[in-house]
Design a protein around this ligand. Structure first.
Ligand SMILES: NC(=O)c1ccc[n+]([C@@H]2O[C@H](COP(=O)([O-])OP(=O)(O)OC[C@H]3O[C@@H](n4cnc5c(N)ncnc54)[C@H](O)[C@@H]3O)[C@@H](O)[C@H]2O)c1
Ligand SMILES: [Zn+2]
Length: 448
């Protein structure tokens, strides 16, 4: 009580159910046993539903063995661990039956702690931790060394990594996974991993059966390619990304989208294939070259603008945790990209046009996104200083007409009108149509 369960459960914007609210509180008059018995039935009815739901469990529910058994079978249990004094401050004077005296409250708190510790799958401090738990994402410095425990299941593992990352972190990953590693595969670094030829080789080399797991260690190219490999191999086997670049930790490895490229364009063949778990170790970023870091910072600034929080100012571990949670939250609400998830394309319509105009050479995605964010902010009537200071984008040297044509192609894909993501007064908006002249003017400003 007073941990903030209800506030967080509601703020996630995911379907949620409150067990407290369904059990009339005056049942306490009939004694706690009657209350708990009714609570078990409410919890059972909710947990036995098939669709995912966030359940805001009353603080005493886990004292009942039946509830504990139901949780064990049906739920990921997140313990919101707050200090007793913080919790007391929140409930003092609210008239709740178990919040009458500080001493009783504290005694109850001490009594229940061991029970919470026992049932919890994850201990959370804030809403981001809860989202990460719900999405199966584990963010922890040093997580690579604990990969053996963190990769779900006990079956055989095929470790798929980018040849360059394999040379730096592959041995640690293998040591941590121990005898579970049945096979290792190396993909070429960079976009070459995301080709049909690479996937063809991977599929032919794989020996795993349906109970196996692909662990993808590398940047976004590796996680995209290995994820798609897992999605199609034997009609889909489980996979666990272990992202090693900033792009992959805050973006590519989150949300279940996997893809490879075709000569006609990037990411044209792929699948939604949500991983069984995601293991993020921010310490791996220490070996990441500076240009690659800047690539990731473009997505960090994008995510911070969407969340309206300066994530780019945070130290690495926190930056990764908050950004990963922000993306995961949006993806959990819209797993198949039918709506809201489109906001993750902030700045990207411009970025894709610049990348295409450069023939995918000379203008990196991160630099193009930085420029695209400038345009999106200007069209939103917002200040662009953050992008300029953090990302220092230089105008792209590409052909203006080619860039505009690329944007027109984007438009054809979405029923004839150019749709943009902008930042409105009440947060991000997608599907915004603007006069072509305004869009073209802003595109031109990004080009040297
Ligand atoms: N699926 C999605 O939702 C999604 C989202 C964003 C981006 N992406 C994809 O991600 C890809 C880009 O990812 P990326 O920028 O990580 O590229 P990448 O995978 O090519 O990695 C960049 C480079 O950094 C190296 N590297 C990675 N981690 C390292 C480490 N810890 N130490 C040293 N070197 C390291 C790699 O070997 C590579 O040379 C693109 O193909 C993009 O389409 C996918
Ligand atoms: Zn991007």
């Amino acid at each position: 009580m007073g941990a903030g369960k209800t506030t967080i459960a509601r703020s996630l914007g995911l379907p949620n159910a409150e067990t407290d609210a369904n059990v009339p509180i005056d049942l306490f008059g009939d004694g706690e046993a009657a209350f708990r018995a009714r609570e078990v039935e409410v919890v059972r009815a909710i947990l036995e539903r098939t669709e995912p739901v966030v359940v805001d469990l009353g603080g005493g529910a886990v004292t009942t063995p039946e509830v504990r058994a139901l949780l064990e079978e049906h739920a990921t249990v997140v313990w919101l661990d707050v200090d007793v004094d913080v919790a007391w401050q929140r409930v003092e004077g609210t008239g709740r039956p178990l919040a009458q005296s500080y001493d009783d409250f504290k005694r109850l708190y001490e009594e229940r702690r061991p029970v919470y510790a026992e049932v919890a799958d994850v201990v959370a401090r804030d809403a981001s931790d809860v989202v990460l738990a719900a999405a199966g994402i584990h963010v922890e410095r040093g997580a690579l060394q604990r990969l053996g425990e963190l990769v779900p299941g006990h079956g055989a593992v095929a470790l798929v990594s980018d040849a360059r990352v394999a040379g730096i972190h592959g041995m640690d990953a293998q040591l941590a996974l121990g005898s579970r590693v049945a096979e290792t595969h190396e993909l070429p670094p960079g976009e070459e991993a995301k080709t049909l030829a690479t996937l063809d080789r991977l599929w032919q080399d794989l020996r795993l059966d349906r109970s196996g797991t692909i662990v993808a260690l590398g940047g976004g190219c590796t996680t995209d390619a290995a994820g798609f490999g897992a999605a199609a191999y034997l009609r889909g086997i489980t996979w666990v990304p272990v992202p090693t670049s900033l792009v992959a930790q805050v973006d590519a490895a989150i949300g279940g989208k996997t893809a490879i490229d075709l000569p006609q364009g990037k990411n044209l063949v792929g699948a939604f294939h949500w991983p069984a778990g995601t293991v993020i170790d921010p310490a791996l970023l220490e070996t990441l070259p500076e240009p690659q870091r800047l690539e990731g910072m473009a997505e960090v600034v994008k995510t911070g603008l969407l969340a309206d929080e300066p994530f780019w100012e945070l130290p690495d571990d926190e930056l990764v945790r908050r950004c990963a949670a922000c993306k995961a939250e949006i993806c959990l609400r819209d797993p198949l990209e039918r709506g809201e998830r489109a906001i993750l394309n902030l700045g990207h319509t411009f970025a894709h046009a610049l990348e295409a105009a450069a023939g995918y050479e000379g203008v990196t995605h991160g630099r193009a996104v930085a420029l695209g964010l400038l345009a999106a902010l200007r069209l939103s009537g917002r200040d662009t200083r953050v992008v300029e200071e953090v990302l220092r984008p230089r105008p792209a040297r590409v052909d203006r007409e080619r860039a505009w044509q690329a944007m027109q192609r984007d438009k054809k894909v979405r029923d004839g009108e150019l749709r943009l993501v902008l930042l409105g007064a009440n947060g991000p908006e997608h599907g915004v149509a603007l006069p072509e002249a305004d869009v073209r003017r802003e595109l031109d400003r990004l080009i040297a």
